[in-house]
Write a protein that binds this ligand. Structure first.
Ligand SMILES: Nc1ncnc2c1ncn2[C@@H]1O[C@H](COP(=O)(O)OP(=O)(O)O)[C@@H](O)[C@H]1O
Ligand SMILES: [Mg+2]
Length: 368
């Protein structure tokens, strides 16, 4: 390793000063200088830098986040950049890349009179990757991500709600952050009988004024489970949109491959799981995978394919079943073999692998 001694001194000094941008800079220089001799270690350093946001509690930083005046609860939080990769279909990928490129080149667009609002609306069912997209955008832009849960901003007193919203929009430009308005439809829920329509309108207007007060460089991402509930005036202020649905077959293959097989795995097994998980979200595939991998670690045995298959078949969107730990009963194995064979065309060799049994047993199951 040829680490420059000055970098080590700088790193120690920055760490003790709690100067996190200098810690990052020195660590990056160190990673770069060792990357030719010890690529693994350089990667490790880079990955730590990517994963760890700035610790909020240190340096009194958290005190400066805007808070609800009554409850003193922070109105937004700094969210760490994601570590998992993002799986998108071609169409969404296209919008995602266009958005990033427009943000990165905003000054050029402005100089040609082509700037628009850099506002991105993500809609779709829970667990389809909306928050993940917000995180990836912030990470790619190298900007902090500030997440606002609008339901926590909505105070029992609507006057305070408007004040809270104003505070958020005053704060964001100071930090050059990416503003992520999660559950933005919460505002629409105010349309209940507790409130007068006039009051609701005031809150919506404050939100609109906030969006309009930001300058051309501001990046705002909003997420909602029901885009239909959104006020049209808000909806119109988001020129970039992705409407997520549950992942298609290709995406499900990638998700299983990543979450269950840690980017390895046999093609036939990945395909089989992708087929039987139609209708489940990325979040569901992640939960099923992690549950069965935890079992496999604790029982010191291989991933139990039969129980992943069974749990997957018993899961519905946003409602995953818990994979069984031990060996499945013969009754369950027969059922799985029959369904996989008849409805999904899984070959008998693969059935034998999935159920950890012989091909003779499988053909026996199928004959019954
Ligand atoms: N399209 C996707 N690509 C990769 N991972 C995904 C995807 N969708 C969901 N996941 C996994 O599920 C988790 C939950 O997704 P999240 O972004 O929080 O969903 P949402 O915000 O839409 O409810 C993510 O952290 C990720 O691990
Ligand atoms: Mg979310």
């Amino acid at each position: 390793m040829q680490v420059n001694q000055d970098d080590i001194v700088a790193l120690i000094e920055a760490a003790l000063d709690a100067n996190y941008s200098d810690v990052r800079a020195a660590s990056n220089r160190i990673a770069k200088s060792i990357s030719s001799d010890d690529l693994e270690c350089a990667k490790k350093i880079k990955s730590i830098l990517r994963k760890k946001g700035v610790p909020l509690q240190s340096s009194g930083y958290i005190d400066s986040l805007p808070v609800d005046s009554k409850s003193r609860a922070p109105l937004l939080e700094e969210t760490q950049w994601p570590v998992t990769p993002l799986v998108l279909n071609q169409e969404s990928q296209n919008v995602f890349q266009t958005f990033l490129s427009d943000v990165i080149n905003v000054d050029e667009l402005i100089s040609h009179g082509l700037s628009g609002r850099l506002n991105f609306l993500l809609s779709g069912p829970p667990g389809t990757g909306k928050s993940l997209v917000a995180g990836h955008i912030a990470a790619q832009l190298n900007r902090p991500l500030y997440t606002v849960r609008l339901d926590s901003v909505i105070s029992s007193l609507l006057g305070d709600t408007a004040k809270n919203i104003r505070q958020i929009f005053d704060f964001i430009p100071k930090r050059n952050g990416v503003l992520f308005l999660d559950e933005v439809d919460a505002v629409a829920k105010l349309r209940d009988d507790r409130h007068e329509l006039g009051e609701l309108k005031r809150v919506v207007n404050t939100l609109i004024q906030g969006l309009d007060s930001l300058d051309d460089h501001a990046v705002v991402i909003a997420a909602t489970n029901h885009s239909g509930l959104l006020d049209p005036a808000i909806w119109r202020r988001f020129p970039y949109k992705i409407d997520f649905s549950v992942p298609d077959l290709e995406m499900r293959k990638e998700l299983w491959k990543h979450f269950l097989f840690v980017d390895g795995g046999e093609e036939s097994m990945i395909l089989m799981l992708a087929k039987i998980s139609d209708g489940l979200s990325g979040g569901d595939i992640e939960s099923l995978s992690l549950a069965v991998r935890r079992k496999s670690v604790l029982t010191k045995s291989d991933v139990n394919m039969a129980s992943v298959v069974e749990a997957t078949m018993n899961s519905a969107l946003g409602n995953t079943a818990t994979p069984e730990g031990g060996e499945l009963s013969t009754f369950k194995k027969k059922k799985i073999a029959t369904i996989l064979y008849k409805s999904y065309g899984v070959a008998q060799v693969d059935l034998a692998k999935i159920l950890s049994t012989s091909r003779q047993t499988i053909s026996g199951y199928l004959r019954e």
